[in-house]
Design a binder for this molecule. Structure first.
Ligand code: FES
Ligand SMILES: [Fe+2]
Length: 358
């Protein structure tokens, strides 16, 4: 029996290991499911990913430098190309050959503002592209990014995100109220949960943005609230104007990093769309991060709960818990299926009613 709170990940997926802005001209060390990885850019700005361990003395390559598009170890200066092959040793004698060492390189792509890495079988990487985030470049969407660092297994975070019944925690931070789960769709790659909720989030007039910050101005109206676990990431939308993603980087069994990206839509402001593209780009860039305080506030509240859950689990792993949200049962099934696909029967499409028999 696999324990959902310690289970592994499906390595044959694209994970987000950094935001584009985190990787500049120096190498950066990241960890994805216990694997230390060095990210670096070549002279064209193209991103590369190598195992973060110099084969010579096993120190971190991410502490080195990029010289002539090669990753140079800080200790003795051995250099590696983007395939992980050692191509230069500064003190190699005339009668010595380069060491025959090859470190692992990973498929890595930069798109939509993030660095995506495929930690599994590299031959499968091309078969499925990373999740697209069309709003990242689209001029009608204003992004805010909050980094989630939590000392907990990734299952706690995705369950938190799929569980719309925890609005109780967020109180006036939250854009919706009274969610009711309508139905759930599941297959071997995803879980979609459709809730109906009351929302005050409608960005159709300039003043309506102030509702986000001033509770007294809020007017509720019904909106569909959809949340999807598109393994291993999460996407949600509330009506037309609100879209949010959470891109996962599970670090190990007790640590998870994720990037929460909130988009506010300017679709209703049609006059704005007639302005020159350069101006619209300026507005988009200028307003980047405008929901930072709100988003960080939500994340802080969630992380506290998630870490308390993890601690309680560590104190007593056999302690029974109670779950009433049927969407979370689907999420757990998908996690377990992906963690060990050979052992668990694939899940199928199910209507909400059929969960009563689970
Ligand atoms: S440890 Fe990296 S070059 Fe010696
Ligand atoms: Fe939350």
């Amino acid at each position: 029996m696999i324990d959902i709170r310690t289970c592994g990940i499906d390595l044959n997926c694209w994970y987000v290991v950094a935001s584009s802005s985190e990787v500049k001209d120096k190498p950066v060390g990241v960890t994805l499911w216990e694997e230390a990885i060095a990210l670096y850019r070549d002279s064209q700005g193209k991103i590369h990913a190598l195992s973060d361990r110099c084969p010579h003395r096993l120190v971190k390559l991410s502490h080195g430098n990029v010289i002539d598009d090669l990753l140079e170890c800080s200790y003795h200066g051995w250099r590696f190309d983007d395939s992980g092959k050692c191509t230069a040793v500064p003190y190699l004698a005339a009668n010595q050959k380069l060491p025959n060492c090859q470190i692992r390189s990973y498929p890595v792509e930069e798109r939509d503002g993030f660095i995506w890495l495929f930690p599994g079988d590299a031959t499968l990487a091309k078969q499925q592209p990373p999740l697209s985030i069309l709003e990242w470049e689209h001029l009608n969407y204003i992004a805010t990014v909050s980094v989630i660092d939590c000392a907990a297994h990734y299952s706690y975070l995705i369950e938190n995100l799929m569980d719309m019944y925890h609005g109780h925690l967020h109180n006036s931070y939250q854009a919706w109220a009274d969610p009711v789960l309508q139905d759930i769709y599941t297959d071997e790659l995803r879980v979609d949960a459709r809730y109906q909720a009351q929302s005050y989030y409608k960005i159709d007039k300039i003043w309506s943005i102030s509702q986000l910050f001033i509770p007294a101005l809020r007017r509720l109206h019904p909106e569909p609230l959809n949340v999807s676990y598109i393994y291993p990431h999460w996407v949600s939308n509330l009506g037309e104007d609100f879209k949010i993603y959470c891109l996962f980087c599970p670090i190990d069994r007790r640590k998870t990093r994720a990037y929460l990206i909130h988009f506010t839509s300017l679709n209703s402001f049609w006059r704005l769309h007639k302005l020159p593209v350069a101006f619209r780009r300026f507005v988009k860039n200028r307003l980047f991060g405008s929901a930072q305080k709100l988003l960080d506030g939500l994340v802080k509240q969630d992380v506290q709960m998630i870490e308390e859950e993890q601690q309680a689990y560590l104190n007593l792993p056999t302690q029974k818990t109670y779950e009433l949200n049927k969407a979370l049962m689907s999420v757990q099934k998908l996690i377990l299926t992906k963690a060990k696909p050979d052992n668990i029967k694939p899940i199928g499409t199910c209507k909400l009613d059929s969960f009563n028999s689970l």
